[in-house]
Structures are given as structure tokens and as C-alpha cells.
Design a protein around this ligand. Structure first.
Ligand code: GDP
Length: 489
């Protein structure tokens, strides 16, 4: 049998095994695999840390019905179920938040954590007690953008990527990488050094497009920006080339070798992620830094809208693609959550939710044929501010008070990371479409549209036995009720 067929056959076999395992998971009835994703800095690490802390340390979760009714009898961390996946380093992240008052290190790769919840059932069930094994799977949203590659040849991906890089907003950023292509001949003998240069310049272009200044949408391959354990590995040493569709390039030529590496990336990086992790998720929360985008301006907001649509494509994969359909998850609930709502006064929380609803409207329409229940929420997994009414030039203003991070500046004042400050964050407009158009958001007495100051995590309060009290939050309980509430009935 030729080598290609063997690979294909073995892939099909392992995919069949996955399906069998999924059925077994399902029949068990008490397990739930919750995916937590979002683009880099969306708030995944902080969300998981606070969620676990609030569940295991008895946090105030009034909207999570089982918690409000006092039916959760225990919530404990369990041994890591998958030996091959790193554990989410919950204890380190919690210590960072509560002991050091520093935000924890952000998600850079996939990780997992298991919690077991024991609870009393609501009246009407035959058995009085129930248990839920909740597996939380944290992974970079950038990786979801790789799914379409499975159906694309090297020539097709190269053509699309080169075309995109010629567009007005990108051409300047891509100039260095594209310049390097000029001196390269496809039939030249493969050189590792030349391949590395190409990959480095191509990655620099992708990274520049994503920088705060340009905030363009993320293009695949997702691992070029979020390499996880593949950082510096040859699996990422390739780049698009202007190859001709259908042409055969010698195995030792530049074009032949780059094509081989692209195919290896699909086989050894993209497929295993979708097959082993993504396709096994039951529920998903997609965290979105909508405030960050609003703060950066209308082009960042439009870009976020596109990125959310792209992310959503993964959940409906299979409509147009045979390969991708193998990895379609059986997700039945998806929650989009705008994070860091503690940067706003509570009067703007519903408005932030409305903005996210507009931002995700296209993505949600697409999700209709996924058959999943979808909701949208604004939350703060860890509330770093409190609210106050402050008199300013004779007027009563709604302010938020927190400790700005060292180096933050407001009205020329430089903060040292110790002093507290009252900030007037401004109000989000009542009409969400105004925010998306970039219309000024009302901030009293300033020229800024919307004032975004980064705060330190809150001072930890000690509870019984000197342990830190559960992290304060905004609407984390609402998110939990949607994501797991029905499993605790
Ligand atoms: P990840 O890349 O998705 O894992 O993002 P993180 O969870 O590391 O969050 C990125 C940054 O956003 C943090 O370092 C904080 O500065 C900020 N952040 C995240 N969640 C919150 C929150 O609930 N409140 C506030 N004030 N800041 C947050």
C-alpha cells in the first residue's frame, strides 16, 4: 500500500476510535467537557482561575441555581485525566492573583483541569444525589482558525495568503516578507536557512498585522502566533510560495519541501488538535475582549467581528467540507462573553452585552445550523474595581475605584501600582450600533472617547483559616448557570 493511503487509513481508524470514545463518554452521563477559548488576552486564564476558585471555595453564585439553593455538597479538584495534556496550573494562577496581586501568565497552549461536583438533586428525580465531572479545556482561539486548512492544498493556501497580503491595509506590513520572495526560485535546492528566513519574515508579518496598532484579523496558520509546545520547532518552518496549482515540484526543491512541511503541519498539528480535543467538547465559552477593541477604534471592532465569524465557522464545520465534518463537535451550548466588565460602571454592563450581541449577530446566524443553544453575556471573572459616586467640579459622577497598574497614566498622572484612583470610565452608548461606528462615548471633561485604565487584581480578603475568600466577580454565576446549570438539576 502506498505510504499516503496508510496514513489516511490510520487517521480514519483513530477517528473511529474517537467516535467510540465519545459515545462512551456520553453514555456515562455525568461528564461534561467545557471548552474555554478566545483570542490571546481575552481573559481565559483569569476566567478559569476565578471559576474554579468560586466553585471550590464556596463563592457567592446566586444565579447558579444549585448554588443558590445550597444543593452543591462538594466541589473538588481531581487528578488530571489525560496524561498527554498539561494540567491548567490553577494553584500558581490563584497565588499570583491573590498573594502577589499580579495577573497570571496568559494561555499559550492547551491545558486541562478536572473538577468533581457532588450535589443534591431537585425534587422529582429518582436518585437524591448526583455528581458531575467537569473537564475544563483551555485553548488559544487562534488554533480554531486552522480548520479550513485541512481542505486546502499548499498552492491554494499560498495563493490566498499572498492575495490577502497585497490588500491595502496589509501590503506595507508584508513588504519585507514579500521582498524576500523575489530572490527565491521554486526549483532551487531546498535550504534550511532560506526556509527559516522565509518562515521568520512571514511570522513577523502575521504578528505585525495583529499588533495593537493595526489590529487586523488573524490569518492561519494559528500556531505561527500561538505556537504552544511547538515554539521554534521545524513543524513551523514553512511559508507560502507562489507555486502553481497542480504542478509537481521535486521533493528536494524549495517548493517541494515547503509543500511537504505544510502537509505535515496539517497532519501532525491541525488534525490531532481537532480530532483529540475540539471534537470532544460538549459546551463552549468564547471570551471576547470587546472593551479592548472599542478602546482601539472602529477598525479593531470590525476586525473582531470578522474574527468571531471565523471562530464560529469551526462550530459549523462540515457543511461544505468532508474532512472538517469529521471533527465537528457535538457542542449543544455556546456562550459568547465580553470580559473585563469591571472597567465599566454597572449602568453600562447591559450595554456592553448589547454591543457583543451585535458583534456576534453574524456568527450567531451561522451557528443556527449547529443546533446549539447560544447566549451572550458581559462579565468580569475577577472584579478589580468597586463603584462610587464622586463630586467633580460640582457634578455628581459615577466612578470606579481601583489600583491602576504601575505605569498607567490618567490626565498626565503616572500611577505607581500602589495608590488607588477614582476613574470616570465613560458610558457606553445605549444604541450598540453607535459604539460599533466608533462614535464618541461620553466621558465627562476629557477628550478621550472611552477611558480604559488597566487595574491590578483586587486585594484578597481572607476567610476561614486564613484562606483567600473567593475572587469577586461580575455575572460569573450567570455564565455558570448557562454552561452547567442544567447538569446540576
Ligand atoms: P488569555 O490570554 O485569554 O489567557 O488572557 P488572560 O486571562 O491572561 O487575561 C489577559 C489580561 O486581561 C490580564 O492580564 C488582565 O490584565 C486582563 N483581565 C482578564 N480578566 C480580567 C477581569 O476580569 N478584570 C480585569 N480588570 N482585567 C482582566
Amino acid at each position: 500500500m502506498p505510504e499516503r493511503s496508510v496514513t489516511f487509513f490510520s487517521n480514519l481508524l483513530s477517528e473511529a476510535q474517537i467516535t467510540a470514545r465519545s459515545v462512551a463518554d456520553y453514555m456515562g452521563g455525568t461528564g461534561l467537557r467545557l471548552g474555554v477559548t478566545g483570542l490571546s488576552r481575552a481573559g481565559k486564564t483569569v476566567f478559569i482561575t476565578s471559576l474554579v476558585h468560586n466553585l471550590t471555595a464556596g463563592g457567592r453564585l446566586p444565579v447558579l441555581r444549585a448554588s443558590a439553593e445550597g444543593r452543591i455538597t462538594s466541589a473538588t479538584l481531581q487528578a488530571q485525566p489525560d496524561d498527554a495534556i498539561p494540567r491548567f496550573t490553577y494553584e500558581d494562577h490563584l497565588a499570583s492573583l491573590t498573594l502577589d496581586r499580579h495577573w497570571p501568565e496568559s494561555t499559550r497552549r492547551i491545558s486541562e483541569l478536572r473538577i468533581n461536583l457532588e450535589f443534591e438533586r431537585q425534587a422529582g428525580w429518582r436518585s437524591r444525589t448526583g455528581s458531575l465531572t467537569l473537564d475544563i479545556i483551555d485553548y488559544p482561539g487562534e488554533w480554531l482558525l486552522d480548520l479550513p486548512l485541512l481542505d486546502k492544498s499548499f498552492a491554494q493556501w499560498s495563493r490566498e495568503t499572498l492575495e490577502a497580503s497585497a490588500e491595502a491595509g496589509r501590503a506595507g506590513l508584508a513588504a519585507d516578507w514579500r521582498g524576500g520572495l523575489q530572490g527565491l526560485r521554486l526549483e532551487d535546492a531546498f535550504s534550511e536557512t532560506a526556509a527559516r528566513h522565509q518562515a521568520e519574515r512571514f511570522t513577523a508579518y502575521l504578528r505585525a498585522s495583529k499588533s495593537d496598532r493595526y489590529a487586523l484579523s488573524t490569518l492561519p496558520p494559528g500556531r505561527f502566533l500561538m505556537p504552544g509546545e511547538l515554539e521554534g520547532s521545524p513543524a513551523l518552518t514553512f511559508a507560502p510560495l507562489p507555486v502553481t496549482e497542480g504542478a509537481a515540484y521535486g521533493a528536494t526543491t524549495m517548493a517541494g519541501m515547503m509543500e511537504r512541511r505544510y502537509e505535515a503541519y496539517k497532519t501532525h498539528v491541525v488534525r490531532p488538535f481537532f480530532r483529540d480535543h475540539f471534537s470532544r467538547l460538549d459546551r463552549q465559552i468564547v471570551l471576547v475582549d470587546a472593551l479592548g477593541a472599542l478602546n482601539s477604534g472602529p477598525s479593531a471592532v470590525r476586525d473582531l467581528q470578522v474574527a468571531l465569524g471565523d471562530v464560529m465557522q469551526s462550530f459549523r464545520a462540515g457543511r461544505a467540507s468532508r474532512l472538517a465534518s469529521l471533527f465537528r463537535p457535538r457542542i449543544d451550548r455556546i456562550l459568547f462573553a465580553a470580559t473585563k466588565a469591571d472597567h465599566l460602571h454597572h449602568t453600562s454592563h447591559d450595554r456592553l452585552e448589547a454591543i457583543l450581541r451585535v458583534l456576534t449577530a453574524r456568527a450567531i446566524t451561522r451557528a443556527e445550523d449547529v443546533g446549539a443553544k447560544i447566549d451572550v453575556i458581559a462579565l468580569a471573572a475577577t472584579r478589580a474595581t468597586r463603584e462610587a459616586r464622586v463630586t467633580h467640579d460640582g457634578a455628581q459622577l459615577e466612578a470606579i475605584i481601583g489600583t491602576p497598574l504601575a505605569g498607567e497614566r490618567v490626565d498626565g498622572e503616572l500611577f505607581d501600582g500602589v495608590a488607588e484612583a477614582a476613574i470616570f470610565p465613560g458610558e457606553l452608548p445605549a444604541d450598540p450600533r453607535r459604539a460599533l461606528r466608533g462614535d464618541a462615548l461620553a466621558v465627562p471633561d476629557t477628550e478621550a472617547d472611552y477611558r480604559f485604565v488597566r487595574f491590578r487584581p483586587p486585594v484578597a480578603q481572607s476567610g476561614e483559616g486564613g484562606q483567600a475568600k473567593p475572587l469577586p466577580h461580575i455575572r460569573l454565576d450567570r455564565a455558570l448557570q448557562f454552561l452547567i446549570g442544567d447538569k446540576l438539576a
